[in-house]
Design a protein around this ligand. Structure first.
Ligand SMILES: [Zn+2]
Length: 70
């Protein structure tokens, strides 16, 4: 969310049109912030899988409460 640097009103997103690209425009003053047509990612960060912690281990499974089935 961005705000107008001149009046502080929240900027509104305007869809790309024939005469202009997508842009943020202030509804209360003539401020317009043009957006670049393409967004470049500066670096790609590899996403690693998080190690899953078991809720209970195979050994602790037998330490829990025991019930008898009659
Ligand atoms: Zn403004």
């Amino acid at each position: 969310m961005e705000f107008c640097p001149t009046c502080g009103t929240m900027l509104q997103y305007e869809l790309p049109h024939v005469d202009h690209h997508a842009r943020f425009a202030c509804p209360s003053c003539p401020y317009i912030c043009n957006m670049a047509s393409k967004i470049k990612l500066k670096r790609k960060q590899p996403l690693g899988k998080k190690e899953i912690q078991p809720i209970f281990t195979q050994d602790s499974m037998f330490e829990g409460p025991q019930i008898e089935v009659v």
